[in-house]
Write a protein that binds this ligand. Structure first.
Ligand SMILES: NC(=O)C1=CN([C@@H]2O[C@H](COP(=O)(O)OP(=O)(O)OC[C@H]3O[C@@H](n4cnc5c(N)ncnc54)[C@H](O)[C@@H]3O)[C@@H](O)[C@H]2O)[C@@H](O)CC1
Ligand SMILES: Nc1ncnc2c1ncn2[C@@H]1O[C@H](COP(=O)(O)OP(=O)(O)O)[C@@H](O)[C@H]1O
Ligand SMILES: [K+]
Length: 534
């Protein structure tokens, strides 16, 4: 699994490479600039006008190396706009070279950019963003912040007012300037079409709120020894299809050993959510699904979904259900929050069965936790699947001493800490759903890039919830819950991609139709990766 690191860890990698392995900073910078230029060069031509924005730190130094490369390659419409007062030694060396080569160079120092700088930006076809990198502290301030908003206005002018007649391509070096580990999610940042990051992926680039500012992401290694990169601690694990862990089933498998899940879902106006979750479970290879629903809902769901075993349920009857017989239980999709829900969920939380709580179930869970904080640390193997709004509700239910900042505006490091804290406090795996989904299991945090708006459709979360329960039922009990959660998120993500290819835009039931193929493709590839040939 690929790893993502904090800026602090990256700085330690940098220091280690220089101190222990004797690789001078200026050598790393030269390679960083050259490799970034090589990538950018694939997208641009020498007849384009390229503006290099270079702050006073090493991020600016990287941009200056790129400007020099552009010059050497015969780009003749190059401008460098430099800013900052504290200039790092390697950046100063590169500024000196740019001067002696006679490249157009405007140094605004700490002054605000004037009309001439704005005019240069307006003429740009390509903007290389080297204002700030991993050395940023707090939200971007001063003239660097003004330059970021000027670039935003140039992009707006060229894209929206001139109707795409002139496009500006923004390429950020290492991170879009303004993006940083301790920067709140709402801070203004450079919006890039491409970000070329150095050495390793950074946490900050994967924060849902910052991810789209990065555009396409590439990683280059400016020369950090692999042994130093491999030793990085305190990482995020960036998971992809190859990290799916379920294998193809034994050919003798039968409904009774393909997992039996119980689903508590559906209410008068949301019976569809129950159907989606149950059907998703079948398409995620589950053998048997029993739905417990209210009396007025059960016949409706039974009629529309003949494969599901349906039972009616009320809080008085819950004690008589053999809950431990199920391989996993799902509670919450379209369930409603009133009536007997708290009583039922309280019983489910007290069983030894694996439990996934989604949607309305999360509101009910938060309410139970608020009433009885001990409840949060005494239950079964648990997965919680909040979307951003539900995540806030779970966060608000934490004891006040564990709540520090507003979770909706959390900085990357804080987001990671919050998820880890919540996961430890609730003793649950948390799947924080979004276009970039973070999964926390108390000690590790995994990230899955989804980034496909077609999957953000009504009922998509219900499909994930059913898939997750099926995945929990399929995993051996000694395997980690995080592996079940990860598998579910990957199947759901890949099913969304298939549905997009098949249908273009689609409804949640269409995800279900391709879920089985997505599942098989992942499981088959997993078989291949273990070197088994048939
Ligand atoms: N050996 C190295 O040093 C290498 C560094 N690399 C580059 O160097 C970068 C890190 O360089 P630095 O540590 O010098 O720092 P940066 O260049 O990322 O940023 C520091 C600069 O930003 C200013 N700054 C900090 N916080 C600010 C704020 N809130 N508002 C406005 N300005 C602010 C500082 O005064 C300084 O000029 C990486 O992102 C990467 O691009 C790469 O070249 C790889 C090798
Ligand atoms: N832009 C996007 N790219 C990829 N996945 C997305 C995007 N937007 C939402 N999703 C995914 O879609 C699902 C939506 O879940 P949720 O909001 O609970 O939907 P619902 O409540 O309608 O069932 C989540 O799994 C989320 O990760
Ligand atoms: K940058």
């Amino acid at each position: 699994m690929e790893k993502a690191v904090s800026a602090k860890t990256m700085a330690a990698i940098d220091e280690n490479s220089q101190e222990q392995y004797g690789i001078p900073g200026i050598v790393l910078m030269e390679r960083a600039g050259l490799l970034a230029w090589k990538i950018l060069r694939e997208y641009i031509n020498p007849d384009m006008s390229v503006v290099f924005l270079a702050g006073g730190g090493n991020n600016g130094g990287d941009a200056l190396v790129m400007a020099r490369e552009a010059f050497m390659e015969g780009f003749d419409k190059i401008s460098v706009i430099a800013c900052g007062s504290r200039i790092s030694p390697s950046c100063a060396t590169n500024r000196g070279i740019i001067h002696s080569l006679g490249l157009p160079f405007v140094d605004i120092g700490t002054e605000e950019p004037g009309a001439s700088v704005e005019a240069i930006l307006r003429e740009a076809d390509v903007i290389v963003d080297g204002l700030s990198g991993t050395g940023l502290s707090g939200p971007l301030r001063g003239n660097a912040a003004t330059l970021v908003s000027l670039v935003a206005s140039v992009r707006k002018t060229s894209r929206e007012i001139l109707k795409e007649t002139r496009n500006v391509y923004v390429c950020s070096i290492d991170v879009p300037s303004g993006v940083g580990d301790d920067v709140p999610a709402s801070a203004p940042v450079m919006r890039a079409d491409r970000t070329i990051t150095m050495g390793m992926m950074k946490y900050a680039l994967l924060l849902p709120a910052f991810r789209e500012a990065c555009g396409e992401l590439s990683i280059v290694n400016p020369g950090f020894p692999p042994i130093v990169l491999d030793a990085a601690q305190d990482v995020l694990h960036v998971a992809d299809s190859e990290d799916f862990s379920l294998r193809p089933l034994d050919l003798s498998a039968y409904k009774k050993n393909r997992g039996h899940i119980a689903v508590f879902a559906g209410s008068e106006h949301y019976s569809g959510a129950a159907g989606l979750a149950c059907m998703a479970a079948f398409h995620a290879r589950c053998g048997l699904v029993t739905l417990y629903a209210d009396k007025n809902v059960q016949p409706l769901i039974a009629r529309e979904n003949p494969s599901i075993i349906t039972r009616t349920i009320s809080s008085g009857e819950i004690a008589s259900i053999p809950l431990e017989a199920y391989d996993a239980i799902l509670a919450g999709p379209g369930w409603g929050r009133g009536g007997d829900r708290e009583d039922i969920l309280a019983v489910l939380l007290d069983t030894a069965s694996q439990l996934v709580i989604d949607a309305d179930g999360l509101h009910v869970f938060a309410s139970l936790v608020k009433k009885d904080s001990g409840r949060a640390v005494t239950h079964c193997p648990l997965v919680l699947t909040p979307h951003p709004g539900e995540l806030k509700i779970l966060y608000d239910a934490l004891p006040s001493e564990l709540r520090k900042e507003d979770i909706s505006d959390a900085s990357p490091c804080h987001y990671k800490d919050i998820l880890t804290t919540m996961s430890s406090y609730y003793q649950a795996v948390i799947i924080a759903k979004s276009h970039v989904t973070w999964i926390a299991d108390g000690s590790r945090v995994y990230v899955v890039e989804g980034r496909d708006p077609s999957l953000g459709v009504a009922g998509s979360g219900d499909v994930l919830a059913g898939t997750c329960a099926a995945s929990m039922a399929a995993h051996a009990t000694d395997e980690s819950l995080a592996a079940s959660a990860l598998d579910a998120v990957l199947v759901h993500r890949n099913a969304g991609r298939r549905a997009r290819e098949t249908y273009g835009w689609y409804a949640a039931e269409d995800i279900v139709t391709v879920l089985g193929n997505a599942f098989d493709a992942l499981a088959e590839a997993r078989k291949g990766s273990r070197g088994i040939r048939r």
